[in-house]
Structure formats: C-alpha cells, structure tokens
Design a protein around this ligand. Sequence first.
Ligand code: PMP
Length: 418
Amino acid sequence: MAELSPVLKQATPVLAARGEGVHLYDEQDRRYLDFTAGIGVTSTGHCHPRVVEAAQRQVGTLIHGQYTTVMHRPLLRLTERLGEVLPDGLDRLFYVNSGSEAVEAAVRLARQATGRQNIIAFQGGFHGRTMGAGALTSSGTKVRSGIGPMMPGVAFAPFPETYRHGWSETEAVRFALGELDQLLVTVSSPRDTAAIIVEPVLGEGGYIPAPPEFLAGLRDRADRHGILLILDEVQTGVGRTGRFWGHEHAAIRPDILITAKGLASGFPLSAIAAGQELMSRAWPGSQGGTYGGNAVAAAAAVATLDVVRDENLVANAAEQGSRLREGLHKVAAEHPVIGDVRGLGLMLANEFTTPDGQPDTTTATRAHAAAAERGLLLLTCGPHGNVVRMIPPLIVTADQVDEAVGLWSQAVHDAVSA
Ligand code: PMP
C-alpha cells in the first residue's frame, strides 16, 4: 500500500473534510477555527459561495485553454481586474501556477531586461522551494540543506530586525542599508546586479514588517544603480496586511510585483506584473507554462477580487487585524514567554523567547499544538520555529477574532504549565 512520503511534514493531525468560511471540519465533523487560511490562500474564506459559483460555471464551460495557443475570457477579465488594483504603471501581466514559479519568472524577466545576472535577496527571506526560488530563500536551512549547489548569482543582505537585536527601527534600517551599500561594493557590483527581491513583511522568516524607510532605501538604491526592485507579495498581497498590497505601507513603487496565495482563494495561480517598457525587453515565448493562467483558476481569481471589493475585505483586514493585535498583546502581557507581538493587518505573530532572550521553540511548539487541540489552527514560522502566526481569512468577524484570542490564551496557558 502506498503512503504519503515523510518529506511532507504535517503540522497538525487534522484530516480536513470540508471548509466553510473561517472554519474547517474534520471527518468526525469537529469544527476548527482556521487561522492559517491555508497559509493565507483562502483569502475569501473556505468555499466562498461566489468563488464556488464562478469556478463551477467555468468548469462546465472551458477548463483549460492553453494561453500560448488560445486566449480565454477569464484571463482577460482577470488582467482587467488586476489592472484596477495594481499600482500605476504596472500594466503588463502574465501568469503561472505558484509563488515559486512567479519568483523564478520575475528573476528571468529581470535578467533579460537588464542583461545583468545577480539578484540580491535578504537574510530570513522566503521565496519558495524550487531550485531558483530556493536559492533566494534563507529563512530556514531545511529548504536549501543537502540539495545544493543552488542557482549562482545570489547575494544576501541583512533584513532590518529590531526585536532580535534590541534596536530601534532607525538603527535597524541604518545597519541594513549600510550593509547593502557595502555588498554593492564588495560582492555584487551594480553593473552585475539585475534586481533586489524583497517581501514587504518577512513571511516564513518570522512575520517581520519591513520598515517604510527600509523599502524607501531599497527604491533609492535601485534608482541610483539601474537595479530592478521586485516586490514578492505572494504572502502580503490581496489585502492581507490591511492595504491591498503590502508595499503600500511604504508608498514605494515596485518595478516587478508578484502575487499568488490569496489571489484565487485556493486555486493555484500566480501573476507577475511590470511596466510595458520593462516587459518589452523580455523575449516573447520565454515565460509561461502548460497550466499557467488556467481558466478555472482565473475565474476563481476574478470572483475573489470581486468579493474583496464588494465585502470591503481590505478594510476588514485592517479593522480585525487591530482587534486581533490588541487581543494578542493582552495574552502576551500575561505570559512573558511571548516576547514580541508584531505584523500588519491580518498577518500577525507571537514570538516566544526564554528569559535570557533566546528563541523558545519548545513552548511555541507546545502552544501551537495546544491551540489545535482546542480547535484553533495556527502556523509556526521563523528560522527557529519559535514564532506562532495568525492569518485568518479576510472575512473574519470580530466575534471570531475574540473567540480565537480566548482559545489562544488558554493554549499558551496549557503550553507554559506543561
Ligand atoms: N514567496 C513568499 C513570500 C512565500 O511566502 C511563499 C510561500 N510561503 C512563496 C514565495 C512560494 O510560494 P509557493 O509555495 O506557492 O511556491
């Protein structure tokens, strides 16, 4: 009898049978509050009726029209709808299936457009598990360990981290930008540097928001040296941070933006957006793939964007995010093992630390498991796995936030008294 490979590490023993809104149900019909949203994917909640209806209709009409052979209406409609929410000037799009593929596509685009090879990424960043995206990832050695050599031409600069170093934001930004400037002199000359790729909030790396001055500093270096700035909005896009795009908190302009996860409410789809002039420097036919921009996924994405607009989900993410943050701060105030509560919008995290400031992975793991036992599904992150994050669907209500905070408080109590 075949079994699933242990390379797929499952964080909880839950066998999901169905999903509805912010809830998942197992095969015994036990209900869980899903504050993972499938790693932020089910932005409109599980099986939102409008997304289900759009996908069902599309399945009965045209499942697949390979976009390098024939075009189809759902992808044109999606492109039009994304045009309404993307920053000005990012008006050329193409599609693939996952965040990792979109990262790889952005790298190919940047290299072709600039004729340069190197990419600067950040320590603690996560961009995927494929060989190219993995080469840009440093948030956990498990993604890279034992599979090298990785794609060459990648240099890592430090990300501004206040909590870890006990620094103010200004100090952290000054250090990180100083190191980046040094890197551009010693390791990757601007003449060889195609792009800088950055997440508006370090995701897998521990839910650390990039300070606005840091992103502005990157924009400045990019402009000064003709380097492209790639914003990896795979985790932060489509309202997650309380703005439509995570980089809006810094009011900067990306050259290339990539989005995935929340875009199609669970269907595999990712988009790469850039300006017309930049896209025209890439070679036609050098991007895309068999399933990219699948018609059902595209129809689900159009419905997702409609739901996000019609149900004011970006504003809801900001509002419920503040409420959740307040609740998490109260829990942290009762439990010194939670050293930091941080994040943006509905992308929030609790960092567990020992009294001497070291990562407390044991208690974080216990709290994560205790929450699942009590019916609250969460995720861990950070290089040490000592950060417990909360990313509910954007439709979450105040009552559900309060319920989750109550369960979290009990779970942390369970974990510290174990
Ligand atoms: N970029 C970021 C910021 C991510 O968080 C992830 C996934 N966690 C990826 C890229 C890779 O996406 P995927 O798993 O869809 O390949």
